[in-house]
Design a protein around this ligand. Structure first.
Ligand SMILES: NC(=O)c1ccc[n+]([C@@H]2O[C@H](COP(=O)([O-])OP(=O)(O)OC[C@H]3O[C@@H](n4cnc5c(N)ncnc54)[C@H](O)[C@@H]3O)[C@@H](O)[C@H]2O)c1
Ligand SMILES: O=P(O)(O)OC[C@H](O)CO
Length: 331
């Protein structure tokens, strides 16, 4: 198939490698001219996953409209806060039959929208042409061809089956789901809990605290997710528990790393000064706003928001969380 991958960061690069290895013809759009040049001339992305040699069947393009103009499938992998602008640039060139697979994990702060909502607002696609891809997938491991599983969520069973068959390989196993809302929210909200998990590690709170945080984090993710229309089972699946475990405990997580550095006492500006994106930072604010709007209790998310807003220190947040009023576990 003709595939466009929009977004030349780590995940866009890894997905391009995966798609090319699966036998598809891939055009990768990258915003940085040095990435386009490096991919086309040296078969590597100099900024993101520079250690990976890119397979044949993959070229890069600096004009997003040109990149998507012949695509049957577009993987959209732009960080959520920048997504709207890129969607506008590619809108006119997107072929009418193309399916858009969003692989970004976050909530837009300005509108409190999920990616399926942002795409609908900007492109006006029929719902069957939108699919979300989520799950425990560190880009570096996927690019290395290590085994991974993820979920495709969409409203058209035929599109889901087509994508599942075209993009599953012996090292990348795709499942189907009809729960777009649940899969999108699970993937976005786990990034916030991963920041908290990293903080617990940075503060040296031990394994018990991390396990408690992860469990209670999943509980509050599901509470908001179900209130907004997600299916409860989705939060126990690959996009929910699977990705939460990976991101809270895996050394490759950028969100976890942000939390760990804050927990160790590094200043926020220094922690956020790198090139890579930690979606949990803006999404903490969006998730907390959505929770307040829908009167959903999300104490860990509220604590992460307060720390990022510098209203609370990580140590004060631990005390605040541990001394809340006592509850039923399943409340
Ligand atoms: N890296 C992973 O392992 C992984 C896995 C699954 C999902 N994701 C998701 O994929 C999405 C992309 O993350 P990534 O890891 O590929 O990014 P990255 O952190 O590796 O790279 C940052 C990306 O942001 C882009 N960017 C920066 N400023 C921009 C702007 N003003 N306008 C448009 N783009 C801009 C850069 O060009 C680059 O592509 C995120 O939503 C992330 O949560 C990442
Ligand atoms: O590195 P992170 O924290 O953005 O996590 C990457 C992926 O979402 C893991 O599935």
């Amino acid at each position: 198939m003709k595939v466009a991958v929009v977004g030349g960061g780590s995940w866009g690069t890894a997905l391009s490698v995966h798609c090319a290895r699966a036998g598809h013809e891939v055009v990768l759009w990258a915003r940085e001219p040095e990435v386009v040049e490096g991919v086309n001339r040296e078969r590597r992305n100099p900024l993101f996953l520079p250690e990976v040699t890119l397979p044949p069947g993959l070229t890069a393009e600096g004009d997003v409209a040109q990149a998507v103009s012949a695509a049957e499938v577009v993987f959209f992998v732009v960080p959520v806060q920048f997504a709207r602008g890129v969607l506008r640039e590619m809108k006119a060139a997107l072929p009418v039959q193309a399916v858009l697979v969003s692989a970004s994990k976050g909530i837009e702060v300005a509108s409190l929208s999920r990616m399926d909502e942002v795409v609908a607002q900007e492109l006006g696609l029929e719902p069957e042409r939108f699919v979300a891809l989520s799950g425990p997938t560190f880009a570096r491991e996927v690019a290395a061809g290590l085994p991974a599983a993820a979920v495709l969520a969409g409203r058209s069973p035929s599109s889901l089956r087509m994508l599942q068959e075209a993009f599953s390989t012996p090292s990348f196993r795709l499942y189907r789901s009809a729960d777009v809302v649940g899969v999108e929210l699970a993937g976005a909200l786990k990034n916030v809990i991963a920041i908290a998990g990293g903080m617990a590690t940075g503060l040296g709170l031990g394994h018990n605290a991390l396990a408690a945080l992860l469990t209670r984090g999943l509980h509050e993710i599901a509470r908001l997710g179900v209130r907004l229309g997600g299916q409860p089972e989705t939060f126990r699946g690959l996009a929910g528990m699977g990705d939460l475990v990976l991101t809270c405990t895996g050394a490759l997580s950028r969100n976890r790393a942000v939390g760990e550095r804050l927990g160790r006492g590094e200043p926020l500006e220094q922690v956020l000064s790198g090139r890579e994106v930690a979606e949990g930072v803006p999404t903490a604010r969006a998730a907390a706003a959505l929770a307040r709007k829908n009167q959903v209790e999300m104490p860990i998310t509220f604590a992460v928001e307060a720390i990022l807003d510098q209203r609370l220190s990580p140590r004060e947040a631990v005390t605040a969380l541990m001394t809340r009023s006592l509850k039923e576990e399943l409340e």
